[in-house]
Design a protein around this ligand. Sequence first.
Ligand code: 5AD
Ligand code: SF4
Length: 452
Amino acid sequence: MSLLDKFVHTNISQPYILVCSSKAQMLFSKELLDKESILNELIPTPKGFGGVCTTAIKFDKKFEKKVEDIVKENRISYQGIYSLEHKYKYDLTEIYEFKISDRFRKIVKKVEANIELQKEEVKFLLGINNKSEYKALIKMADIIRKECVGDRIELRAAIEFSNYCGKNCNYCGVRRDNSTHRYRMSEEEILQEVDKLYKIGIKTVILQSGEDPYYTTDMILSIVKEIKDRYKMGITLSIGERKEEEYKLFSEAGVNNYLLKIETANERLFNKIHPDDSYDDRVSHHGFIKNAGIRLGSGGMIGLPSQTMDEISEDIIFQRDFGVHMIGFGPFLPAKGTPYAEEKKGDLDLTLKVVAITRIICQHVFLPATTAIASLHPDGQTLALKAGANTIMLISTPQHLRENYQIYSKKNMVDLSFAIKSTEEAGRKLPKYLNYEYIKQLGYRIDDKLIN
Ligand code: 5AD
Ligand code: SF4
């Protein structure tokens, strides 16, 4: 059995899902199912069965009765047990108005009926290179995005609190061997930044760093606890691979999301670009995070040296099959001083196609218009939003430190003004939860139509 099979049970042939009323109930149910040896896996709740970015437990029809008995006996508070045979159907009539090939038309029919696409079909979509089919692909993703996550973008903010890293990933500008000014923020400095975000109404803060063991489990837990106590904000950690037990502790402390990208789902390429990592470990960590009850953020880079279209198709399918909640795909960008400094950067249209296909096959998930795509092209963020993305991440590292967090060169320091501009250009709306009165006092000009 391959490691991937340990976490992704493709032998659930007649999928059913159990949707619980809370994360605690979901984790408890999973424990009970595991104890009874009922094959199950955690997936983002599909459209039509619950809120976006919630988690459902998938299992096979043959266990339906048993699962029902277990949840009832244990007084689990749950929303329902559903067959995935009657999945949400999309109305894609508009797509047939584009000039598209018969092969494309067949794929559109499958997407309409919500039948899983196979790798060859994903590869076909990825290979599209005529204007009309490209437009149809982007439109199809846009329709599904609107159905699944609506018109309001999700705005999150990242504090890159340390650029020390013990690893030497060949593509990364803050790799161990790169000479750059290193910094670490103290808990108090981090909390000061979080305070600013809280005041503008941001709901989720992303704490990002290199793999820096200076921040012990206790230190991270202390920061998490302070943020939860003072601000009750959502927390995403992006601090690299940690121990399985640590993910559990983070989950108990209230960490909501963990960002650990697979970067590439292809073992050969993964090992080539990561001298200090193992592909199997990275896959295992994806499983640890999910099973700790934390929503998993993954994704990867498009246009890595030697990466093939076949591999990119597998990257997208990996995200779907692994049940990833937040999927960030961005172009590879050469970073100064790294072994890949002279390599070619990723292609804009190819990255946009990846975003679109990811939305089409993963559907009810969060897709960021990544900082990398905003750095590749001035319109990259707007175009990604139009191609299925719904999330923007602000760079909220203190001004005097952010230049040192150059994971790639010419990074776009996406700020609130930039995010507002992309949202407007993409014809979308800003989130309801921001504190607009305060934001306007700070001098930002926002058209009310973006809010209401
Ligand atoms: N080009 C594009 N993306 C990069 N990242 C790191 N280095 C690069 C690069 N050179 C992305 C990776 C990583 C995230 C923090 O930034 O996907 O997970
Ligand atoms: Fe370190 Fe992450 Fe960069 Fe790798 S990608 S060198 S782990 S910061």
